[in-house]
Ligand binder design. Structure first.
Ligand code: GRF
Length: 217
């Protein structure tokens, strides 16, 4: 069967992008990365993508008059590459409603909290300040409102008494790198679909590690 064509959108370091590229390297993975697109010409992730022989594209948002114009240019590039799934991976731009509609149920995002808690920026600091005991990360379908949309996969990360924002962020990132490829696989195999406000999952063999959540059966 043809592999699902995936684009990864980045603005910076690209560690989730690198994890996705690595996971999709084997020919038997049901999806393949056909494009990495950055709005920042100096994003470190671009070098990683080039080294992995992935086609890259830079669209500077400052070159466009409006968010809509920038997003329309992205759509053109993505459609030309035959993209069927967009993975946001540290892409630091809000997306227009038009773009979200054009790609509805074909854009996913990763966020370093157990959504819907702690949307937005500075998540690790805010979780520590709030004294929560369990942190985590979420992959979700994208809707126009920031960090909102049906949840695909989550993993939990217990917070230690001596955690700093950096140590917590590093441990959450390890889990991000596990669940993002899993979410792509579920979509590519047709096992996960947005259904209303949540995601419908087909029968899915749960790993031994119950910290990863599609729900228990
Ligand atoms: C990650 O923490 C991700 O959850 C958030 O932005 C960060 C991107 O890091 N959306 P990287 O560029 O993937 O290393």
């Amino acid at each position: 069967m043809a592999r699902l064509k995936v684009a990864i959108l980045i603005s910076g370091r690209g560690s989730n992008m690198a994890a996705l590229i690595e996971a999709m390297q084997p020919d038997d993975f049901p999806a393949e990365v056909v494009l990495v697109l950055s709005n920042q010409p100096d994003a470190a992730g671009l070098e990683i993508a080039r080294a992995a022989n992935i086609p890259t594209e830079v669209l500077k948002h400052g070159d466009f008059d409006s968010r809509e114009a920038f997003d329309a240019a992205m759509t053109e590039v993505l459609a030309a590459a035959g993209v069927r799934l967009i993975c946001l991976a540290g892409f630091m731009r809000l997306l227009s409603t038009e773009f979200c509609q054009r790609w509805r149920d074909r854009i996913i995002n990763i966020h370093p909290s157990l959504l819907p808690a702690f949307k937005g920026l500075h998540v690790h600091e805010r979780m520590l300040e709030a004294g929560v005991r369990i942190a985590g990360c979420t992959v979700h379908f994208v809707r126009p409102a920031m960090d909102e949309g049906p949840i695909l996969v989550q993993a939990t990360v217990p917070i230690a008494a001596d955690d700093t924002a950096d140590s917590l962020s590093a441990r959450i990132l390890e889990q991000e790198h596990r669940i993002y490829p899993l979410a792509v696989r579920l979509i590519a195999e047709g096992k996960a679909r947005a259904a209303g406000a949540s995601v419908a999952l087909d029968n899915f063999a749960l790993s031994e590690d119950r910290l990863i959540n599609p729900p228990l059966r």
